[in-house]
Design a protein around this ligand. Structure first.
Ligand code: BDR
Ligand code: CA
Length: 315
């Protein structure tokens, strides 16, 4: 069976780590590389957390390229989320120290050269602030012609998680998110909080993951339990016994597109509003007169997502 190739752009992060393990372990996927970015933690930590995660599951062979250590335009960028709000993320993943090392090439150069020279289709799945992708586009605008498919975790229509208006990945580098949405990718799926809040894993499912004894499943249980406790403390959800694993939904949607319900819309990102910086402005009422630039996921199949995560990590 031909495997779908992908690059994951991550700011690892508990949910990024689950996404990485899914992408690295699915027999129907080939994770070409992870690129890392400032976000949930500072770049050194997101890179180290990525290396630890891959080493933990015996996939230290997958190359990791470090990218931007700050947003592309903001001088006053905020403290990374994991250090500001340690409820949902570990600053340092509770895994053995990484033996593998990041590549010498930086992530932006890697993205440009890989896509420029690609003979096979490689999906791009960014699940952190979009600083690396925006920088690659700034240097090489024709990147949009070389990327067959982009699946982005970011934004929120009815749900926000960092200000009353904005989701973290877009808020952490709003100019980057605005550039990427406006760049002209021909096949872009946006997976905002509206969908990822349906992609929840429960304490009970964590118990099943742990009981399997598989390294990836045990690690996922630790990460997701941390998330459930963090949501209980900082961001109450209707179901107190489960938490969204946002980034993992993008990997599931790559293989099973109908795991999310999507609708085509024009999407832009606010970069100037005093109260709304980083907000994804999704033209659900078609008032902008602009052509749709994204397939936006507003819902996800919770049961299917749970099966996808458990089956993959417990195999
Ligand atoms: C996004 O923010 C990060 O904390 C998560 O890893 C996810 O990518 C959700 O808003
Ligand atoms: Ca992330």
């Amino acid at each position: 069976m031909p495997r779908r190739k992908l690059i994951l752009d991550v700011d690892t992060g508990t949910d990024d780590a689950v996404a990485i393990m899914l992408a690295a372990l699915r027999p129907d996927l080939e994770l070409i590389a992870c690129t890392t970015v400032n976000g949930n933690c500072v770049l050194e930590r997101t890179t180290d957390n990525t290396l630890r995660t891959l080493d933990h599951i015996g996939r230290g062979d997958i190359p990791v390229y470090a990218g931007l250590s700050r947003p592309i335009a903001r001088l006053d960028f905020p403290t990374p989320r994991g250090e500001r709000d340690p409820g949902v993320h570990f600053v340092e993943m509770p895994l053995a120290k990484a033996k593998s090392k990041a590549q010498a090439t930086d992530a932006v150069e890697f993205l440009i050269e890989t896509y420029r020279n690609a003979t096979d289709e490689i999906s791009l799945v960014p699940v952190g602030p979009l600083s690396n992708v925006a920088s690659a586009l700034a240097l090489f605008p024709r990147l949009v012609e070389f990327v067959p498919e982009v699946i982005i975790m970011g934004g929120g229509h009815d749900v926000a998680n960092v200000t009353p208006a904005a989701e973290f990945n877009f808020w952490a580098d709003p100019e980057a998110a605005a550039l990427v949405l406006a760049a002209g990718f021909r096949n872009l799926t946006l997976v905002p909080l509206d969908a990822t809040h349906k992609a929840v894993i429960s304490f009970e499912q964590c118990s099943a993951l742990r009981a399997s004894g598989r390294p990836a499943a045990e690690a996922a249980a630790v990460f997701i339990e941390k998330r459930i406790q963090g949501y209980r403390a900082y961001q109450r959800l209707d179901n107190h016994d489960a938490a969204p694993v946002h980034d993992a939904l993008c990997v599931a949607a790559l293989l099973q597109p109908d795991i999310v319900e999507t609708c085509r819309h024009f999407v832009a990102v606010e970069t100037a509003g005093a109260l709304t910086i980083g907000r994804s402005v999704i033209d659900t009422s078609f008032r902008s007169g602009k052509a749709a630039n994204a397939r936006v996921a507003f819902n996800a199949d919770t049961a299917r997502f749970g099966r996808f995560v458990l089956e993959t990590l417990m195999a």
